[in-house]
Design a protein around this ligand. Sequence first.
Ligand code: NAP
Length: 317
Amino acid sequence: MEPQRILLIGGTGFLGNHLARRLSGAGHWLCLPTRRRERAKHLLTLPTSMVIEANVHDPDQLATLINGQDIVINLVGILQGGKGQPYGKGFARAHFQLPYLIAAAAKAAGVRRVLHVSALKAAADAPSGYLRSKTAGEEALREAGLDLTIFRPSVIFGSGDQFLNVFAALLRRMPVMPLACPNALFQPVWVEDVCACIAASLSEAGSIGQTYELCGPRQYTLRQLVEYVGAVTGHRRPILGLSDTLSYLQAWAMEFVPNGPMTRDNYYSMQIPNVCANTCGLPFGLSATPLEAVAPTYLLGLSRKSRYNDFRRSSGR
Ligand SMILES: NC(=O)c1ccc[n+]([C@@H]2O[C@H](COP(=O)([O-])OP(=O)(O)OC[C@H]3O[C@@H](n4cnc5c(N)ncnc54)[C@H](OP(=O)(O)O)[C@@H]3O)[C@@H](O)[C@H]2O)c1
């Protein structure tokens, strides 16, 4: 495929970091807007890429960013968007209003090709504001009549994730692991597989108008995943699976912790199995990578880094 000019919105986060590297490696020209350039330091040296501090919610700034691009990819997503019906203000802004603005700006600029990352199980009647707002964003883009492809991943794992890495850090520090929603089901998908699907869709005309669910090869309960992380990092701990009521209460209590690891909205999301309807997992003939083939490579790295940091702390350095 000829190099394309791509506006990668939300490209400075976990998925964006991996995707930017892949797309840049394939020779595409990337524009990466961020709210704070400071946070995108890791991408500043990426070839064929430009990090720009911008407010993508401002229609004028968004129009300037989109003008002259061949493709827009939107990865913006948040897990905590406040309370409200059908969803909190934060979710409305990031998951619905922004896709709506992107659709309008893309149409005005004549940029037809738009790729959008949503979430598995997004639906208007989903139990959480996160999932309801994600479906509203999809609809805003569909209604614009663009050459649209939507991806709906299950939870994504890989180097830098905020999933297995978080459990690894908790297991390292806690003698017992109280676990909310221990039976919640996931079908984790590797970040590089998600990126491979997004990249493949760019040269796949048949992907226009499609919505793809992205899952790994296996389903796990949350308890199984946490047990696995403990086994890999050498921090096996007794896992105290919380009842439904205690899970809800823990999520509620976490809402009082600034940037806490869980909210009641997250609890609601976990009430439905986060697994794919299609067991084959990935489109474009790609095969999904098993979690066990990848997770040890970065979880063990984290474990060593944590030990090094502990050593520095204990020696006063
Ligand atoms: N990670 C997963 O397990 C998972 C699973 C299913 C779906 N997804 C979806 O995949 C996408 C990428 O996820 P991720 O894990 O890479 O997220 P992430 O690491 O939290 O990155 C989020 C990105 O969105 C930008 N952003 C966040 N809030 C914003 C706002 N209010 N306005 C403008 N930009 C904002 C951030 O940019 P700056 O901070 O630089 O401005 C950052 O680039 C999201 O849409 C997410 O919902 C992720």
